[in-house]
Unconditional design. Structure first.
Length: 215
């Protein structure tokens, strides 16, 4: 006789699959249009409206789930904090390359800040990445590796805007990048000479690829 727990497992798997599809569709559709309706998200996910509401009783619940997902992804991206003895230029390139794969989530959160999450919640979610970047920039300015015309927090905000703009260009098909080009541009914007920035980004990207292949 099949136990109730075994019999319920396909239902649970289906529920988990539906939830993942809804979140993936929501990321995509809200990224395109923050005004998209829940009905449109359900259609994009290939589920009926009732199924979506079974997982998320309203827009606020869905958006908060996306925020939690983004928070976890960003925490994972910056979890391997670089050794403080690593040159700040290398550390900044490594951070950009770590964040790049979850850049769409980063961009989505900022878009949703205007009407859904609010700036305080978005800042809370993004704080690990922003704090890591600010610490690297401050260390780099102290070492003379980055220009010091701007305070670290202001420079950090400018570099964040640059990264998001480059991500938008990739999404629009105007440019192709795996994160390496963005790392070079970020280093240059921080004050690193172009040739040195290119060499650092290429070296760090090779290290990241080797670590991923070894893992």
């Amino acid at each position: 006789m099949v136990s109730k727990s075994v019999a319920r497992e396909p239902v649970r798997r289906n529920a988990r699959s539906n939830r993942a599809r809804i979140l993936a569709a929501a990321r995509q559709e809200l990224g395109r249009n923050p005004e998209v309706t829940l009905e449109e998200i359900a259609r994009a996910a290939g589920v009926v409206r009732r199924t979506l509401f079974g997982h998320f009783p309203g827009r606020a619940a869905l958006v908060e789930a996306l925020a939690e997902e983004a928070s976890a992804a960003l925490r994972d991206a910056v979890a391997s904090r670089p050794d403080v003895t690593e040159p700040p230029e290398n550390a900044l390139a490594r951070l950009v390359l770590a964040i790049w794969p979850v850049g769409d989530r980063y961009r989505l959160l900022l878009a949703l800040a205007r009407q859904d999450l609010g700036p305080e919640r978005v800042s809370e979610v993004l704080s690990p990445a922003r704090a890591e970047a600010a610490a690297i920039l401050e260390r780099g300015q102290d070492a003379g590796a980055f220009h010091a015309q701007l305070p670290p927090a202001v420079l950090n905000a400018g570099l964040e805007a640059l990264i998001l703009s480059l991500l938008e260009s990739v999404n629009a098909g105007a440019w192709e990048d795996d994160g390496s080009g963005t790392a070079v541009a970020t280093l240059i914007a921080a004050g690193v000479p172009q040739d040195r920035a290119t060499g650092i980004a290429e070296a760090v990207a090779a290290e990241v690829r080797a670590a991923a292949a070894g893992g």
